[in-house]
Design a protein around this ligand. Structure first.
Ligand code: 6GU
Length: 277
């Protein structure tokens, strides 16, 4: 997978040379290039932002600089340096263009899974109050697959942290990235029946007077699986009841239904429904 990132702080992405992401790059699984947006400026101050039209606080990133940069990285610039129409050839090979944006839809495991199957991603990191909204509009109109995502309900100073979060979520799902791919199948947020994960313990069985749950030492895999599943249902009910409400009742077994009913859910419709008590 080829990954291009455009930012006014390209050094930020040196962290991607560490750990599994670094290994994936050495293995040739990933090719990450961080570009400096200011390389596409022509003025002495290398300015990338301007005051908002209509007034208001902060600065907005200018469309002209972004367009010179993105035209080049998307292969939309012809030899004269002016924007060209994409041919069917360029658009099939064109990267997915992603802008982190706190006012966009939430980035989810589903998005990470989908994007882990693409060949080329191009991230554009906004700073200040954001970027001129015509930038994503324009590239969408050129036939580019443009996405805008938020990583959560809080505000960051820029898109750099959000891009590294999304990249970690995406790249670890690529075949060959993880040492043990089984660990992906079992985790939270995967698949339709997304639940929070059960609690984890390692040895010793008693540590500072605190014992691990007895059933985990029983060697009875059926009982262990049921215990963990019930714990997942109970924790999800407690912390993220919205995830319970999205479960498919048809995919629940008898024991799941019993547990959910004990937790105050009605499970006879398509999705569980919380009963008022
Ligand atoms: Cl994608 N960008 C910024 N600046 N802040 C955020 C965010 C993105 N997602 C949550 N907060």
């Amino acid at each position: 997978m080829k990954i291009d990132i455009v930012s006014v702080f390209p050094e930020y992405f040196e962290v991607l040379n560490l750990s599994l992401m670094g290994k994936a790059q050495s293995k040739g699984l990933l090719e990450i290039t961080a570009h400096n947006l200011r390389d596409w400026t022509h003025d002495v101050h290398h300015s990338v932002d301007d005051t908002p039209v209509g007034g208001g606080a902060g600065m907005v990133m200018k469309p002209e600089v972004w367009a010179e940069c993105l035209d080049e990285l998307l292969g939309l610039a012809d030899a004269a340096g002016t924007a060209a129409q994409p041919t069917s050839e360029t658009s099939s090979a064109a990267p997915v263009l992603i802008f982190p944006n706190p006012s966009a839809p939430l980035f989810t495991q589903r998005d990470a899974t989908e994007l882990s199957r693409t060949e080329h991603l191009l991230f554009g990191c906004g700073r200040y109050e954001g970027y001129d909204s015509r930038i994503p509009d324009y590239y969408r109109a050129q036939g580019i697959d443009v996405r805008e995502y938020s990583i959560g309900d809080y505000v960051l100073n820029g898109g750099e942290v959000a891009v590294s979060v999304m990249l970690e979520a995406i790249t670890r799902l690529m075949p060959g990235f993880m040492g043990n791919p089984d660990s992906i199948v079992e985790e939270s947020y995967t698949g339709e029946g997304a639940l929070l994960e059960h609690r984890q313990y390692t040895k010793p069985a008693v540590w500072r007077g605190i014992s691990v749950p007895e059933v985990l030492l029983s060697g009875d895999h059926g009982k262990v699986d049921r215990f963990r599943r019930d714990e997942e249902l109970a924790r999800t009910n407690e912390i993220r009841p919205d995830l319970i409400a999205r479960l498919d009742c048809k995919a629940l077994d008898k024991a799941d239904r019993k547990t959910l009913m004990a937790l105050g859910w009605e499970v006879s419709a398509a999705h569980p429904r919380k009963l008022d008590r």
